[in-house]
Design a protein around this ligand. Structure first.
Ligand code: 5GP
Length: 113
């Protein structure tokens, strides 16, 4: 199976700014940032979307949130940031490899579009 876009960035096959890496996940700056801080936290394991994850992925999914928190802290965003996971094309997902959007650095309205 062909690597996902994000895996290609992780492997250095296409350009991208990697800001975090560990055994389970990595994080990159979004190419089209929607806020001063817009980082994508991505599992190394290629799961297309949250609804495809299984019980054996519970720790991995929790890890993504924990790492999001650490990255938010590193950007001094403790109290004001948003985590988003789009699940499916109808919900705005365009890259089919699970990723958590971390958005911060500006005021964020609710509800989102
Ligand atoms: P989704 O719409 O799937 O929730 O989010 C995909 C995100 O990936 C979008 O915010 C989009 O800007 C970002 N993206 C798409 N292509 C690239 C790329 O080549 N490099 C980086 N760094 N981000 C990308």
């Amino acid at each position: 199976m062909e690597d996902s876009l994000f895996t290609k960035i992780r492997k250095g096959d296409i350009p991208g700014k990697i800001v975090y890496e560990d055994d389970l996940c990595f994080a990159i700056e979004d190419i089209n940032p929607q806020a001063p801080v817009h980082i994508l936290i991505i599992p190394i394991k290629e799961i297309e979307k949250v609804s495809d994850a299984s019980e054996k992925d519970i720790n991995l999914l929790g890890h993504l949130l924990h790492v999001s928190k650490k990255i938010a802290h590193d950007h001094s965003l403790e109290n004001n940031y948003r985590l988003i996971i789009n699940n499916g094309a109808g919900a705005g997902q365009s890259v089919f490899h699970i990723h958590v959007h971390l958005l911060g650095g500006r005021s964020l309205d609710w509800p989102p579009g």
